[in-house]
Write a protein that binds this ligand. Sequence first.
Ligand SMILES: C=CC1=C(C)c2cc3[nH]c(cc4nc(cc5[nH]c(cc1n2)c(C)c5CCC(=O)O)C(CCC(=O)O)=C4C)c(C)c3C=C
Ligand SMILES: [Fe+2]
Ligand SMILES: [Fe+2]
Length: 351
Amino acid sequence: MTLSTPADPKAEKAVGSRPAWAGAGKVGVMLVNLGTPDGTDFKPMWRYLREFLSDPRVIELNKAIWYPILYGLVLTTRPKKSGANYARIWNREQNESPLRTYTRAQGEKLAEALHDLPDVIVDWAMRYGNPSTASVAQTLVDKGCDRILSFPLYPQYSATTTATANDQLFRALMKMRRAPAIRSVPPYYAEPVYIDALARSIERHLATLDFEPEVVVTSYHGIPKPYSDKGDPYQAHCLETTRLLREKLGWSENRLITTFQSRFGAQEWLQPYTDKTVEKLASDGVKSIAIVNPGFSVDCIETLDEIGREAAETFHHAGGKNFAHIPCLNDSAEGMAVIEAMVRRELSGWA
Ligand SMILES: C=CC1=C(C)c2cc3[nH]c(cc4nc(cc5[nH]c(cc1n2)c(C)c5CCC(=O)O)C(CCC(=O)O)=C4C)c(C)c3C=C
Ligand SMILES: [Fe+2]
Ligand SMILES: [Fe+2]
């Protein structure tokens, strides 16, 4: 197994008894994450937010209503505000956001882990921004992949994340004469390997603290409530992850609770809200809490800044004393065990 590098011109060479014109018979594995800006200045932030917030899977409003708001209000103010938040968490060494750094690391480690599968090529892509889904799909095809396993890195399904990642891949295929066969890794919110990884990661991080949290909050990215009411199963997936995690940890319902963060816009989103809950816990006299983000495969602006900084400030201002943010699974051994197990299972019959 190799990590994808720029296209090999010999990719169409005969493999075994297969004639060159039949294709090289390689299998691509493409990790797909949400996406991230290329920089924190106004222009890259504007480009990223425009692509993201023009996606009808994300904003379901009629374009005639949404676009004047998007171009007239959101894209004139948010790039500066969000850019300042990204600047706080930016990976200056590699000049990129943590989401991209961690996703790349996951790709590299997965490639190493699959060394026993010589016909598999691993790469990673973004739904919005770079490296784009279309460019990575094309690179894999150019290297001889006639099959691609796409892995949207979202444990819990939502049309706003998983479905749009799949849409984007098929959109890229629409421009190919010789399109590869596609498989997509299903949501893994209840997979034992994922629940075990979360439990072990939480226990490992709690053991490093000099306090014991009275409450541990599982905080998931929210979605607008109407999306859920219309049938998006995301909320049910999140609640099931927390229930299984609670069972695995042997904790009570009061010790491990569920909240939803990252509200955007005026409509109601899934409740209870993380910020309001954190404030209430502190004002109810809870002194020590920890927050974990099981719905994020890697740490990013929403976990490092919104939870690691903002939620911590909210808790302290409301009278709380000890606050801990538990990192995402990222490219940890536990996190890679989840990705590898899902990929190996879904490659069945292909590699
Ligand atoms: C209506 C808007 C949004 C919906 C719906 C939404 C759903 C959703 N998002 C994630 C995961 C991530 N979102 C991230 C950033 C982010 N999300 C929105 C808006 C919606 N998300 C915005 C505008 C942004 C950009 C940051 C900002 O300006 O506030 C990220 C982090 C990206 C990074 O670069 O670090 C992730 C990851 C999920 C899982 C989800 C629905 C289930
Ligand atoms: Fe989001
Ligand atoms: Fe946010």
